[in-house]
Design a protein around this ligand. Structure first.
Ligand SMILES: O=C(O)CCC(=O)C(=O)O
Length: 389
């Protein structure tokens, strides 16, 4: 029999405070989504049939192994172009074992398939480690409508800490994900930072300046596992609302269910100076589904890269639609600078552009501000934007 949530606050307590999550709600036998999950019409996500042709026309998957051979420059150009236009692209032949990707998805299902009391031990305030947090929705205390998603965050400090503190169901595979994505993230970042500084791999500066910046910008890493239970009303809900990631680069593994949407930016005068063909002709903001490609990883540009590139690189606004068919999992590797790191547009770019579009700030200030609000598209970047331009 379905659990009764008539009393004021009882659903919120059940889902958020007691750690039953959306999974517990679905398991309780609901046949339609409770009002707390119904999004205002402008936030709902119409189902788009995946238009692979449209997708590949904008961002064809990039074969990362080409960076190591004679086609390096073409692969690098494709990375830069995708980062400047959409801020989202998929990579194949990335060096992360496919078997590991399968194990990650399995372990996410195993973790979230446990009874609520096993997951609730990681709720904020009771978790035995500050490195691990289990939660639901993004900011339940300040959201008008809740997101249809449960997740677990695992911050990485050392291998030993991960093995000691991360949940048993996922610690080994999640740690392997942190390790095996390292070189891939570095390679992509070396291309992006090298392009910003105008240096190529054969110059001495590449080794020093680029490597130093790449190291600093991706120094802090963590893994999030998302679980989106099947939803009786995908037309009324969101899995994750419109947002950009606050950090540097995110590596996203999605399963075959689909539902990840990225926003293609409108053209504007200023953008036009920095980019070319990929979004030319797009006048209205449009959402495009990022099709699941077996074995591929999605690379998602975060706010830090937009800021340090003085707006050349696009932090991608994205969101997730729910599905009534089957539960979906995604596993994200986040990279950010250390909290104390100062971020701001690179001086060379400010000189070239004639003005800084973002102010210098300490990353922790940006990060803390990001987490004080509900998801709201690209609005978080306003905190860093210089508006008097
Ligand atoms: O599940 C996905 O595909 C994306 C998730 C996401 O954007 C997030 O967790 O921030």
């Amino acid at each position: 029999m379905a659990t009764c949530f008539e009393q004021e606050g009882s659903l919120f307590n059940f889902v958020v405070r007691d750690g039953n999550g959306v999974k517990g709600l679905v398991d309780s036998g609901i046949s339609k989504v409770p009002d707390q999950y119904i999004q205002p019409p402008n936030e709902r996500i119409p189902e788009l049939s995946i238009d692979r042709q449209q997708y590949f026309q904008h961002v064809a998957p990039i074969d990362l192994s080409l960076l190591d051979g004679p086609s390096h420059d073409q692969a690098a150009e494709a990375i830069v172009k995708a980062t400047e236009s959409v801020g989202f692209f998929q990579v194949v032949n990335h060096g992360v074992p496919i078997q590991l990707l399968e194990s990650l998805k399995d372990s996410a299902h195993r973790f979230f398939g446990q009874p609520a009391e096993k997951k609730a031990v990681y709720l904020k305030g009771v978790s035995p480690s500050p490195l691990v947090k289990y939660a639901t929705s993004f900011a339940p205390d300040c959201e008008k409508s809740l997101e249809w998603r449960d997740y677990i965050s695992m911050a990485y400090t050392t291998d030993g800490d991960a093995l000691n503190h991360w949940p048993n169901h996922c610690k080994e595979v999640a740690l392997e994900y942190v390790k095996t994505t390292r070189r891939m993230v570095e390679k992509i970042m070396e291309v992006l930072i090298g392009h910003l500084l105008g240096v190529t791999a054969d110059e001495d500066e590449y080794q020093s300046r680029v490597a130093e910046l790449v190291g600093a910008l991706t120094d802090v890493r963590g893994v999030n596992m998302n679980f989106y239970p099947r939803c009786p009303n995908p037309d009324l809900t969101v899995g994750v609302g419109r947002h950009c990631d606050p950090g540097t680069l995110t590596v996203l593994l999605q399963d075959g269910i689909g539902g990840l949407y990225v926003k293609l930016e409108e053209e504007d005068e200023q953008d036009h100076q920095h980019k070319d063909k990929a979004t030319a002709g797009i006048k209205q903001p449009q959402w495009m589904e990022v099709p699941p490609i077996p074995g591929a990883l999605v690379i998602n540009v975060g706010d830090v890269l937009e800021i340090i590139s003085n707006g050349r690189y696009k932090s991608a606004e994205h969101r997730v639609r729910t599905t009534s068919i089957q539960s979906r999992v995604s596993i994200l590797l986040f990279t950010t600078p250390p909290h104390t790191h100062k971020i701001g547009p690179l001086p060379q770019l400010v000189d070239r552009d004639g003005a800084a579009r973002y102010r210098d700030l300490v990353f922790l200030d940006y990060f803390s501000n990001y987490f004080t609000n509900a998801h709201k598209g690209k609005k978080a970047l306003d905190y860093a934007k210089i508006t008097s331009l």
